[in-house]
Design a protein. Structure first.
Length: 311
């Protein structure tokens, strides 16, 4: 039985000798999928693991629109492959099992109480234990018959409670509160980065849209964001969502781990700039903002405000 170091022992170490992971979990979050992918890359630089996920409670509870859209985005972008399925027929499934395969053959499996989520592997006190890989794979395939991919979910199964339709931040640049954090897009001297921040990709041989949100010293030490390498989903004031992760030396950056160009493309679109354009301080001033404001909604869901201040 494993009751400590679950993340390392169940989800990371086996990747050294396997090439595919099949998961059944009552609940799961796209942010945790991204955390898992990020940590696999950090620990196994030459290993690419295909991940297949069945989420069991969608049949009774639906799924939030934010998470649903994020799962689809992961399916479209992850290499070698991420597949997400929802149980939509029969009783809800609250089981959790993790099956590691090599060349299509189940080799090792775990069952236990831990959902495929940050709460399951980092926050709660959970246990897992070794199980028969073939029997667990049979159970996975049995549930697959009652499941559909994220692409095919009927709209009546989508729970829209987490969608934010109104601006969070009042129309004044002086607003700040204890549950929000303002993060500057400029450097510590109040100037625009030339080869960092929103202009990280402005160098030879790089995608010029590559960008990150710089985190200054006080913000790094505030504990507002999750620890380095733990992804979280962000909803923006204009209805876009993506995963972010604290990264780089000294935890100085917020990046989009799926592609470092996602943030750069997003901000250039908001600033009405062409793809790959060098972003200047004047561009931000003309827009009316040189910072973004984050609000923490829960442990792996944040809101980011970059709306223009109303005059």
């Amino acid at each position: 039985m494993i009751s400590t170091n679950l993340f390392q022992d169940v989800l990371i170490t086996p990747a050294a000798t396997h090439d595919e992971l099949c998961i059944v979990s009552g609940y799961a979050s796209p942010a945790f999928v991204q955390t898992h992918l990020y940590q696999l890359k950090e620990h196994h630089t030459n290993t690419k693991i295909k991940i297949n996920l069945i989420i069991g409670m969608v049949v009774s509870e639906g799924i939030s629109e934010v998470n649903h859209n994020s799962f689809i985005r992961l399916m479209n972008t992850v290499n070698p492959k991420f597949e997400c399925y929802y149980v939509v027929k029969g009783p809800p499934v609250h089981a959790k099992t993790y099956i590691w395969l090599k060349e299509g053959i189940p080799q090792h499996a775990y069952v236990g109480s831990a959902n495929y989520s940050s709460n399951g592997f980092f926050t709660n006190r959970e246990i897992v234990t070794d199980a028969n890989a073939t029997l667990c794979m049979n159970y996975y395939n049995y549930l697959l018959q009652d499941s559909i991919t994220s692409y095919h979910l009927d709209n009546n199964k989508i729970n829209r409670r987490e969608k934010i339709n109104t601006p969070l931040i009042p129309n004044t640049p002086n607003y700040i509160s204890t549950d929000t954090l303002e993060v500057s897009l400029l450097d510590s001297k109040g100037e625009m980065h030339t080869r960092a921040g929103l202009n990280w990709g402005q160098r030879d041989g790089r995608n010029k849209n590559q960008a990150y949100i710089p985190i200054n010293g006080s913000s790094r030490s505030s504990g507002f964001f999750p620890p380095k390498g733990i992804a979280f989903t962000t909803i923006t004031d204009d209805g876009v969502s993506f995963e972010l992760v604290v990264a780089q030396d000294n935890n100085k950056a917020l990046e989009t781990p799926q592609s470092n160009a996602i943030l750069g493309q997003y901000f250039r679109q908001r600033l009405n700039l062409s793809s790959g354009t060098f972003v200047t301080k004047d561009n931000l001033l003309a827009y009316g903002r040189t910072s973004v404001i984050f609000k923490k909604l829960n442990d792996d869901l944040y809101f980011m405000d970059f709306a223009q201040w109303k005059k």
